[in-house]
Design a protein around this ligand. Sequence first.
Ligand code: NAI
Ligand code: MG
Length: 353
Amino acid sequence: MKIAVLAGDGIGPEIVAQAVRVLEALRSDGLRFELEPGLLGGCAVDAAGEPFPEATRRLVTDADAALLGAVGGPRYDMLPRQLRPEQGLLGIRKMLGLFANLRPAVLYPELANASTLKSEVVAGLDILIVRELTGDIYFGEPRGIEQRNGQRIGFNTMIYSEAEIRRIARVAFQAARKRNHRLCSVDKMNVLECTQLWRDVVTETNQEYPDVELSHMLVDNAAMQLVRNPRQFDVMVTGNMFGDILSDEASMLTGSIGMLPSASLDDRNKGLYEPIHGSAPDIAGKDLANPLATILSVAMMLRYTFDQEAAAARIEGAVKKVLAQGYRTGDIYEPGMKKIGTTGMGDAVLANI
Ligand code: NAI
Ligand code: MG
């Protein structure tokens, strides 16, 4: 296994260092991998004058997976658009064709008070949103703002081919197989033809996965159900725009930005793995950042790119134990718990592995 390690900016290097320690600890299980560091984002602008340098392109092309911390920060806000750190992130997603974005929203019972929702509604929440990432109204043509009949009109095109829908549906069905064999597909078929096709193709794809129970829900109802009774969901699959909105909504049900990992995959399960949070410049370099989202991103990498379910479960089990033992970084701290820093959290996870 060849893994590109892109620490990035802000808290990126600190949290990635802890995730790498966890990976290294798994070598004793016979897990074999090479870690290759690379520059992405602001640190790449500083060192090489561009956010996604040629050396990093080669590195991620050769690697089976990439682990990313986060990119960006106030130091880079003045740069012209093509030099901004986020261009590194968009560049890597585009170059690798990462069309499947997997975002779990897990609320550990120990953190039930972190949510803004009542703990009896969200405690034990464990859902996975599979969002299509390279199509839909965000990329459809024609698009623009034009003058027509003396006024400006704005327009975008919602478009999906059957092949694009089928490949994201397969990722979702496979993910459902690794969990509880339940999948809910979200669309707006009552109004939008594009999503009528979505529903038809997802339903057809179900024939390849007869062991997975498929349901459908309209997106407005799904948004409502996510706050009314989120635990009814297991795996959800949806298009780029609906997924953008629903995945942010779902992640905030857990209230803990420092806990949530993500994966973006191509059609051969090559992937980019990263926490959902940013570079947190306000706490960078202070040993305050929660490394668990990045450590849990490593677990996703082992599961989805390398098919190492046992190793993934081992990391997730260790994280659960650390929380049960009362260890907390500042972002998830409550009185009575044991407050620790970034490195301390890495130590605690390692002790449980
Ligand atoms: P952010 O996620 O970096 O921070 C939001 C708040 O959450 C801050 O108070 C921060 O201290 C806290 N936080 C974030 N991660 C944490 C962790 N692991 N442990 C404890 N607390 C944590 O979002 P913000 O402030 O909007 O953006 C900061 C920079 O990050 C910007 O330059 C932005 O462009 C970039 N960014 C990068 C992303 C990426 O690389 N994927 C995603 C989002 C933002
Ligand atoms: Mg979003």
